[in-house]
Write a protein that binds this ligand. Sequence first.
Ligand code: AVJ
Length: 323
Amino acid sequence: MTVRRIRFTDREPAQADILEEVLSGLLSPKKRLPPKLFYDKRGSELFEAICETPEYYPTRTEIGILRDYAAEIAETIGRNCILVEPGSGNSQKVQLLLETLRPAVYMPMDISKDHLKTSVQALGATFPWLHVHAMCVDYSAGLEPVEPPPVSGASKKVVFFPGSTIGNFEPGDALAFLRRVASLVGPGGGLLIGVDLKKDPTVLHQAYNDAQGLTREFNLNMLHRINAELDADFDPGRFYHYAFYNPRESRIEMHLISRGAQEIHLAGAVLRFADGESVHTENSYKYTVEEFRKLARTAGFRVGSHWLDDGKLFSIHYFDLPS
Ligand code: AVJ
């Protein structure tokens, strides 16, 4: 049995689910909003612009590692895998691997339907031999709906999770996520994952406080989005972007800080903000190579090779499960 060359499954989250998450986050004693809400159309564009800034090193560094080691990485994984990418965005990074890796099928998953549709079309045109099964889904709600279609000649399942997106998870949630990946790929399966490394806190600080103010716009865009999609009346001009490295927790924290006391209306609820009160919008955890290998081992993986850039800013790891 084979799949059609391009398939699209739509499980886009309903507005009602987003509203529920936003409300519960903003009604909790420590206000928070989930980082996945950054990525509407404008947010995705801003993120791509952040990746071009001199300060934000992770994306270009990871791309450099993928370029330099594509052949070695592909050889480590082996041909004809079922390649699953949660949070694939514009699928830019996987393109550096496809020609050498030659997967039996590529399964990009993303919460943003427009982004996904555009990138699937581009992939289809650039890689005419490639089978694509795209899914519009919120993978943070679980990897269960991702069960790949049966593909003839497929060797094993491999999850590709670049970009240090794993850094958005609390360490306990990161472990739970790795366990879910392990159960998705099963015996013989693998995980290729990009992880940002611990480094000079000033370098980290600058990466989330770029001089052009794009990270600031990206953070504040969450409020614009909530206004537009959930009928709220945030004045983004009355919030500061505040991002810093918390070395005790090994994480960048991004916050929106209320300038003065204010009341915001959202779907019939009244939200009160004290002067200086924060909405925590993102954590971005940093690991050493050893710390991350340990986490993967705890999740049941066998640790394999890893690849770094010369500056040791970023890491890409391959882990697998014995067959
Ligand atoms: C896409 C989650 C890896 O944490 O560095 C960039 C997002 N936030 N600048 C990160 C982000 C602020 C990014 N991740």
